[in-house]
Design a protein around this ligand. Structure first.
Ligand SMILES: Nc1ncnc2c1ncn2[C@@H]1O[C@H](COP(=O)(O)OP(=O)(O)OP(=O)(O)O)[C@@H](O)[C@H]1O
Ligand SMILES: [Mg+2]
Length: 494
């Protein structure tokens, strides 16, 4: 049976714990007179439980949230120190105080030193002093508890942040994984082979390729497939800034290095320490910048603008250019030594028109992505539309194709597929339908079905023009009228 508290005055302000519950104090003493007097001293401020033996005391500890214990050292069944050992087991955070006579002092001091007792109260005690002692002890206790709670909350928040961070990083990694780069053509397969090998090394890579061929994508994929993926990938377009600004972006500056430099600033080489820096449009850099880049590549050192110290950095460099750098060297616009330092491994991404077999897969890839992004549900392309896409020259390469498909979807009404008429004017204006059977452009066409379709279109158009009606055109072409009609529908001819 759990003994009832002898007195309980709830809510006395100074005795209230941080969760608005009054502090609960347990008194254990075999001498009832002492017990009563202790209780009188404390009952005004706290909820007091008073018992005259250790066993009852333990039962209360098990069932009540006791914040502070005062126990007498000398009791018949269990000494105060033994009782407090149990308190430590049951409620480790509970404040422990001991009542003692003069004779027990040495033993109690040892218990205090060993951390088992918060403090001792020597008999006889001053009620006011005791009240103050208990109050201080409980304040410290509350602060401790709050601290522990805040520490736990902080640890939890940290853990959550860490989890989110890992999640976000996975997302980014997923986004730039090799399998997000489309390309079944032999030309792209060769690119992937080199990428895979080079990703496992720290070798400097030079990516070349026309605009929109995917240099950015490939640079990120190399970073995220390698050991440096836990560190930053930073990109800087070297063609976008005047020389001094670019220098400050890449290498940082000291305060006052130039007008407007109000504070020290870290350069991207330092930001990317341990990771990868992507120097886009490296062919656009001016001679001074080329010298500075050469120094990083040779010595792994940078010097912030306006500073006299150099700093070591551990950064993997991937550079990209849509110029023919070899030619730039020949023309004296690009340093030869820098060129050779950059092209330790050179990856050339072929223009889209040289890998037309990738166009249908890319088109469907962008259809899926854009459907999702725009909340649409277009199912695919008509044959004629796909013919147009595969035949186009794509001077803007994959980016232009991506834009074309986004445009078609954005402008689509309730169509279910992308048809020829939804493509932009300049695509439709080109003519794989030119009259004359085996035109030179047709002979270059590698896809047999498309070539045959184009030939059919041009023969049908001719026949109708010359014969004046579909019926007579069908006769000339040697096929039934209905077949002609079906064929024209499939070929999207009006
Ligand atoms: N093989 C590919 N598979 C899927 N998406 C691609 C592929 N190549 C390029 N893209 C997409 O095409 C767009 C252009 O690619 P990216 O920005 O990497 O080209 P770039 O070579 O860096 O062009 P620029 O020289 O103009 O900077 C991006 O949206 C990219 O995701
Ligand atoms: Mg780019």
């Amino acid at each position: 049976m759990v003994p009832e508290p002898l007195t309980s005055i709830e809510g006395a302000r100074q005795g209230v714990g941080k969760d608005e519950r009054p502090f609960q104090v347990l008194l254990v003493d075999d001498e009832v007179a002492i017990l009563e007097s202790l209780e009188l001293t404390l009952a005004e401020d706290y909820t007091v439980f008073a018992v005259d033996n250790g066993l009852d005391g333990l039962e209360i500890l098990e069932n009540e949230e006791i914040d502070l214990v005062i126990v007498d050292q000398v009791m018949p069944e269990m000494t105060g120190v033994e009782f407090l050992e149990k308190v430590i087991e049951i409620r480790p955070s509970c404040v422990r105080m001991m009542l003692t006579g003069y004779a027990d002092i040495n033993m109690v001091v040892r218990a205090i030193n060993e951390g088992r007792i918060y403090r001792y109260i020597q008999k006889p005690w001053e009620p006011d002093e005791l009240r103050l002692d208990v109050k201080r002890a409980l304040e410290a206790y509350r602060l401790n508890a709050e601290n522990a709670q805040l520490t736990a909350a902080l640890a939890q928040a940290n853990e959550q942040l860490r989890a989110e961070n890992i999640y976000l990083r996975r997302e980014v990694e997923r986004q730039y994984a090799f399998d997000q780069i489309i390309g079944a053509s032999p030309a792209m397969q060769r690119v992937f082979d080199v990428m895979e090998k080079v990703a496992q090394t720290d070798a400097t890579v030079l990516l070349s390729g026309e605009t929109g061929t995917g240099k950015d994508l490939v640079a990120r994929a190399i970073h995220y497939a390698g050991e440096r993926k836990e560190h930053r990938f930073v990109a800087q377009n070297c063609g976008a800034l005047p020389d001094t600004l670019l220098e400050s972006e890449l290498f940082g500056h000291k305060r006052g290095a130039f007008t407007g430099a109000h504070q020290d600033k870290k350069g991207l080489f330092e930001v990317a320490d341990g990771g990868t820096i992507f120097l886009d449009e490296v062919g656009e850099t001016e001679p001074g910048m080329q010298v500075r880049l050469l120094r990083v590549l040779q010595d792994g050192e940078i010097r912030p603008l306006g500073s006299s110290d150099t700093r070591r950095v551990d950064v993997r460099i991937i550079a990209a250019t849509n110029r023919d750098l070899r030619n730039e060297v020949k023309e004296g616009r690009f340093r030869e030594d820098l060129y050779y330092r950059l092209r330790v491994v050179e990856v050339t991404i072929p223009p889209l028109r040289e890998r037309r077999e990738d166009i249908p897969t890319l088109a469907h890839h962008f259809l899926d992505i854009t459907n999702e992004r725009m909340g649409r549900n277009l199912a695919g392309f008509t044959n004629a539309a796909m013919d147009r896409l595969t035949a186009h020259a794509w001077s803007g390469n994959v980016r232009e194709l991506e834009n074309e498909i986004q445009r078609a979807i954005a402008l689509a009404g309730d169509e279910e597929t992308i048809s020829e008429s939804m493509l932009s004017e300049h695509l439709r204006a080109e003519s794989p339908r030119e009259p004359a059977g085996a035109s030179p452009s047709l002979l270059k066409e590698r896809d047999l079905n498309r070539a045959v379709d184009a030939l059919k279109r041009s023969m049908i158009a001719h026949a109708i023009e010359e014969a004046g009606s579909k019926t007579r055109a069908a006769e000339r072409l040697g096929i039934p009228r209905q077949s002609l009609q079906k064929m024209m529908k499939r070929l999207e001819m009006d």
